[in-house]
Design a protein around this ligand. Structure first.
Ligand code: PEP
Ligand code: MN
Length: 348
């Protein structure tokens, strides 16, 4: 349920409305826009309370949100969510670039890639310490040590870091070392993990399950939001279709659709979305043109010898750099601001 008041409504009246809601034991979420203030109610609203609110001074409308997700919905929070991580803003008109290898392999590898990612102007270093692999005999990631390698490289080069967490038990240690926690496509509906991320104290990038609908993705985000963590990004990373030429089909429509349904930033992953290096650049640009708030891109200094199979979709450093130079020109044409990370940013 949301209560809509006009911006002309005096502050005292807004406070009265909030007081009535809180006395009923419900949580309030305030969202101030240019024309209206939206007061969101979390919890069960009785018909009596709804009627009382409708009669209160300053109330323009009381509307039931019919969608199964509430906190993730744009009805509940009309303004874009902007996540500020030590000066790097994600959401709204800002374009954030996350780059790095599929997996952290060694301190030297992640340090060198971090240096290049930073030099190209990206703000966030990506890299998995724990890798979800299709087969149990494939390289599973270097584990906890990889977290410290990433954190060290991020600190040294002034980059934020993002890494994947696969199980609830590892959330705390990942949150200790990384700035952003990633939920992979295979874990989008790992509800215990999502619940734990609701209280992890770090922003979360939630990847769309490769067979998940928009509604299922937004409900997965709702689990994290409902736990109290409001810093959630949605990520389109390709879905499974009948096409086999590409690894996945990057669903570009997801970007404007999710942005219309939700206030959360939408990040595109053209690396997993295509699975082919030569398609990363065009689909990265297409994603930005479609309105993406950011990109997460795999880059490797020696993709042919990368420890996961994702070398085939990893850009070489010069390709990554050229892409970012082009994005600098493209971003302002489509209402996005691309500014490299401030020097001062350092990991946790
Ligand atoms: C990754 O980012 O390396 C990854 C495993 O992504 P996804 O979950 O989208 O496959
Ligand atoms: Mn990968």
């Amino acid at each position: 349920m949301i209560v809509i008041t006009s911006n002309q409504t005096p502050e005292e009246q807004v406070k009265d409305i909030i007081g009535v809601i809180e006395r009923e034991g419900l949580q309030v979420h305030l969202s101030r826009g240019a024309d209206h203030t939206v007061i969101g109610l979390v919890g069960t609203v009785t018909p009596k309370l709804a009627e009382h609110l409708r009669q209160m001074k300053g109330v323009e409308n009381v509307v039931k949100i019919s969608k199964s997700y509430k906190l993730a919905s744009r009805d509940f929070h009309p303004q874009d969510t902007i996540i500020d991580i030590r000066g790097v803003k994600i959401g709204g008109e800002n374009l954030v670039i996350m780059g790095g290898p599929c997996a952290v392999e060694s301190p030297e590898q992640i340090d060198e890639i971090a240096r290049l990612v930073k030099a190209s102007g990206a703000q966030v270093l990506r890299g998995g310490a724990f890798k979800p692999r299709t087969g149990p005999y494939s390289f599973q990631g270097v584990g906890v040590e990889g977290l410290t390698m990433m954190a060290e490289a991020g600190r040294r080069h002034g980059l934020l870091t993002i890494t994947e967490v696969m199980t609830p038990e590892y959330v705390d240690i990942c949150a200790e070392h990384a700035d952003i926690l990633q939920v992979g496509t295979r874990n989008m509906q790992n509800f215990d993990l999502l619940r734990k991320l609701g209280t992890c104290g770090r922003p979360v990038l939630l990847k769309r399950g490769f067979s998940a609908t928009y509604d299922e993705l937004l409900n997965a985000a709702e689990y994290i939001l409902a736990g109290g963590n409001r810093d959630v990004m949605l990520c389109e990373r390709g879905i499974r279709t009948f096409e086999t030429y590409t690894r996945n089909t990057l669903d570009l429509s997801a970007i404007p659709v999710l942005q219309s349904l939700s206030h959360l930033p939408v990040i595109s992953d053209p690396s997993h979305g295509t699975g082919r290096r030569e398609l990363v650049e065009p689909m990265a640009k297409a994603s930005v043109a479609a309105g993406a708030n950011g990109l997460i891109i795999e880059m490797h200094t020696d993709p042919d010898n990368s420890m996961t199979g994702d070398g085939v979709q990893s850009l070489f450093p010069d390709q990554f750099d050229n892409l970012l130079r082009d994005l600098e020109k493209l971003a302002p044409l489509v209402g996005r601001k691309f500014s490299p990370a401030p020097q001062a940013v350092s990991a946790v």
